[in-house]
Design a binder for this molecule. Structure first.
Ligand SMILES: Cc1cc2nc3c(=O)[nH]c(=O)nc-3n(C[C@H](O)[C@H](O)[C@H](O)COP(=O)(O)OP(=O)(O)OC[C@H]3O[C@@H](n4cnc5c(N)ncnc54)[C@H](O)[C@@H]3O)c2cc1C
Length: 291
């Protein structure tokens, strides 16, 4: 199927306008950001919205990456390309550039947005794991005002998030933490492909030990983070043996499905190895040993 079902089209001129349109058009309306997930779904008739509300015109209002109140604040319409090229993210949160380098291709990165990626919640989508690993929070606006939820509450499973009818994501907030580092590792079949498996990690060091850690896996049927693996790290000095132990716990907690990208056993093995590598690189960055 190459042609979507018929739909009506509206262009929002501001966040308020988008919320008004969502309210007046009802639950059969969908926001259109970069369109790189929604339009293919519509062409395959997996999504059949009656109304599209194009929010591309909100790229100025919601397209920013800035430091504020000890956080990096990222507008929901920020494109993958801007995330890849941000000096602020590269210097403080290396995990974003790691992931963006291996998300799709320049055509998709020029249009696709962080808000669209998180709201699509595709199990093989990379930014949910990135945001979860660094303890990001998501700002959701609706008719009743604004609420801020962490990634555990936001990401409810494949294609399911905390965003309700009439609501939209406006911002992602990532805490800036001293003595910390983060990294993302991904295996793909070919350049620009979705992940076979991927892992994001962050660590905060204090007095030579790991004081806090975040681990999140992509495309292997795992929860939004791996709390038992994170707990295994805390209070211990970083070492390859420790990383291997935590990586094994994280991979054991995953539930990969065999498909054309690999067998379940291969994906679990890859998840463990990628977690180990992400932890090692995140720690090197926390120690300023690696950019
Ligand atoms: C060929 C190809 C390869 C790709 N490879 C990868 C990859 O390797 N890794 C990866 O992570 N992604 C990949 N993607 C997906 C890409 O990153 C998309 O850009 C992203 O998933 C969706 O962003 P978007 O802005 O295009 O969202 P859209 O397609 O416009 O929207 C997606 C969903 O989110 C909703 N939505 C959008 N914005 C908001 C908002 N602000 N508030 C509430 N709901 C909203 C929409 O209504 C829709 O349901 C690929 C896409 C393509 C086409």
């Amino acid at each position: 199927m190459q042609v979507p079902s018929p739909f009506a089209y509206e262009r929002a001129s501001s966040v308020e306008h988008a919320l008004q349109l969502l309210d007046s058009l009802g639950p059969e309306a969908r926001l259109l950001a970069g369109g790189h997930s929604l339009l293919p779904m519509m062409k395959l008739r997996l999504a059949n919205p009656e109304h599209l509300i194009d929010i591309d015109g909100l790229a100025d209002e919601l397209g920013y990456i800035r430091e504020q109140d000890g956080e990096v604040r990222i507008g929901a319409m920020t494109r993958h390309r801007a995330l890849l090229e941000s000096e602020l993210l590269a210097s403080r949160l290396g995990i974003f550039a790691d992931a963006e380098r291996v998300i799709a291709d320049p055509v998709v990165r020029n249009r696709g947005t962080i808000g669209g990626a998180l709201c699509q919640a595709d199990p093989a989508e990379d930014l949910s794991a990135v945001c979860a690993a660094v303890g990001a929070r998501v700002v959701i606006r609706g008719p009743g005002g604004e609420r801020v939820v962490d990634m555990h509450e936001f990401h409810r499973g494949p294609y399911e998030t905390a965003v309700q009818d009439g609501e939209m994501v406006t911002e992602i907030r990532v805490p800036l933490v001293a003595d910390s580092g983060s990294a993302y590792e991904k295996v793909e079949r070919r350049v620009g492909d979705w992940a076979v498996a991927a892992a994001g990690a962050s660590v905060r060091l204090e007095g030579g030990a790991i004081a806090a850690a975040g681990i999140a896996l992509t495309a292997v049927g795992a929860g939004v983070t791996a709390p038992e693996a994170e707990a295994a790290l805390v209070g211990n000095a970083p070492s390859d043996e420790l990383f291997e132990q935590a990586a094994r716990i994280a991979a054991d907690g995953a539930n990969p499905v065999g498909d054309q990208r690999g067998t379940a056993a291969y994906k679990r093995h890859a998840a463990a190895e990628l977690t180990r590598r992400a932890l090692r690189r995140a720690t090197a960055r926390a120690l300023r040993e690696e950019a």
